[in-house]
Ligand binder design. Structure first.
Ligand code: ADP
Ligand code: MG
Length: 484
């Protein structure tokens, strides 16, 4: 990291190009299956192989998903959109061109608001087909590998490319922008948003400029990040590199750079192409597509609640902290479970704590999702209620939870079966305290003589004697009273 240069002197400017792979059954222009993880080269058909005479037919579902996504990103949906050929040569592209959209993208001029209030404008979101995948044998990447294998299962898979304006100002913001897009595509159910498997990918365009400058600096484009953490790290490392370069009198070269996870640095990949290098032209096999306002309105009406809307409702309606609400939004099923349970208790904070604490711990340890356990939302609410009423202590509830998760059942019944009811009877607790005092006269004397630390000893003995079932607050105040 560059420590030589005072970072505050420069402002970071970032624009992201995010590729979202749509969850359609078939590919964008042909009927072969759009599936991840299959045996190589089985999900193929004449159009994605580029065989002579094969004609593309547009997937209607992909168009619908793109419109959904565009609406969720506050974009205008085009009345007429068209498809263009982007020519380049690479072994994963049998046709010799990618069908994309150039001057009439399906969605334009949207925006997204980050948690710090910054509004990131979205220039466009267009449909395009994916390329195949190269598997390099004998090395991690192309360099040093013995040979490369081509898997065309992914060729022709539908993508939406979301291009932001250069409005992002830090690596942290870039990460949040990506996370918000991931949440949105999952809520819309148009993409599984899995960076590791590549169903969501991102190229980060990064430049720096002096604070107060009006012109942008020269940018580089970073590729090959496959986690949110690597998006953030790659940008941080690139900003440090550019800062150091400029501080030492050098200049940034416009180029594509590859993020190297192993060294945590970016490396030169190739000089950046210009749009004219691709020889874009309208695809003569595909007619322009008119999108009726009726269809757009219909899709708008069927949009589900979006992540930011739920976030607001969780904070304002349920009084959750922004942190807790953020987790519930990100892990949608947790939020769903929470909302179902919240119909049976008003103690939302306790529900949220259980879900994000002990329950999450159990889910991680057992590799389960929240609806896969035997615990029902109603049972969780009942557990919270039993603690609130004082029937059981929270320590007892914690002990019951694994049973409820693994075996199910009603907490109230389980409490009775296990004889777990909390002792809240004043007389009963006093009797136990008296017994402990009688058994430890020396400690009583020492405590009364000023050894305050012994207080914990008495409380501990009483809890032990009652096997943890005495109400802790009552034990505390009664021990104080009887020893005092
Ligand atoms: P290119 O033609 O090089 O692909 P574009 O103008 O299409 O460049 O922009 C691609 C992405 O780069 C967009 O997300 C845009 O916001 C971003 N971008 C453009 N200029 C800069 C810059 N100077 N610094 C950082 N990002 C930039
Ligand atoms: Mg571009």
């Amino acid at each position: 990291m560059a420590t030589a240069a005072p970072q505050t002197q420069y402002e970071t400017v970032i624009g992201l190009e995010v590729h979202v792979q749509l969850k359609t059954d078939s590919k964008l222009f042909d009927p072969s299956p759009n599936a991840f993880g299959d045996e190589p080269n089985i999900n193929i058909n004449t159009p994605c192989l580029g065989l002579p005479g094969a004609l593309p037919v547009l997937n209607e579902r992909a168009v619908e998903y793109a419109i959904k996504l565009g609406l969720a990103l506050n974009c205008n949906i085009a009345e007429v959109t068209k498809f263009d050929r982007k020519q380049y040569f690479y072994p994963d592209l049998p046709k010799g061109y990618q069908i994309s959209q150039y001057d009439y993208p399906i969605c334009e001029h949207g925006n997204m608001v980050l948690s710090n209030g910054r509004k990131v404008r979205i220039l466009r979101a267009h449909l395009e087909e994916d390329a195949g995948k190269l598997v390099h044998a004998g090395a991690v990447g192309l360099a040093g590998s013995d040979y490369s294998l081509v898997d065309l299962n992914r060729a022709g898979a539908p993508l939406v490319e979301i291009v932001s304006e250069p409005d992002i100002r830090s690596a942290e913001e870039a990460r949040e922008y990506m996370q918000q897009i991931r949440n949105i595509v999952r809520y819309l159910d148009v993409c599984d948003g899995n960076l590791e498997e590549g169903s969501m990918r991102c190229d980060a365009n990064v430049s720096i400029r002096l604070v107060g400058a009006t012109e942008y600096g020269t940018k580089t484009e970073i590729k090959n990040m496959n986690s949110f953490r690597s998006v953030q790290r790659a940008i941080e490392s690139e900003v440090a590199r550019q800062t150091e370069l400029i501080e030492s009198g050098g200049r940034v070269t416009q180029e594509s750079r590859l993020w190297d996870e192993a060294t945590q640095t970016t490396k030169t990949m190739r000089s950046k192409e210009e749009a004219h290098d691709y020889r874009y032209f309208p695809d003569p096999d595909l007619r322009p597509l008119a999108i009726s306002r009726e269809q757009v309105d219909h899709i708008r009406q069927t949009l589900p609640e979006l992540p930011h809307q739920r976030f607001e409702r969780l904070v304002k309606g349920f009084g959750l902290t922004e942190y807790d609400a953020g987790v519930m939004v990100e892990f949608k099923e947790m939020g769903d479970f929470f909302e179902l349970a919240s119909e049976h208790t008003d103690n939302y904070k306790a529900l949220s704590n259980w879900i994000q604490g002990d329950i999450t711990g159990y889910l991680k340890a057992n590799k389960l999702s929240i609806f896969e356990t035997k615990l029902t939302p109603t049972a969780l609410a009942e557990l919270v209620h039993l603690v609130d009423k004082g029937t059981i202590s929270s320590a007892m509830a914690k002990k019951l939870l694994p049973d409820l998760l693994a075996e199910g059942g009603a907490p109230e019944k389980l409490v009775a079966e296990k004889g777990l009811v909390q002792i809240t009877d004043d007389g009963a607790i006093r009797a136990v305290i008296q017994k402990v005092m009688d058994a430890n006269p020396k400690n009583v004397e020492d405590y009364r003589g000023g050894k305050d630390k012994l207080f914990g000893f008495f409380v501990g003995q009483v809890m032990k004697e009652t096997k943890g079932s005495a109400n802790p607050e009552m034990v505390n105040s009664l021990v104080k009273e009887m020893l005092g």
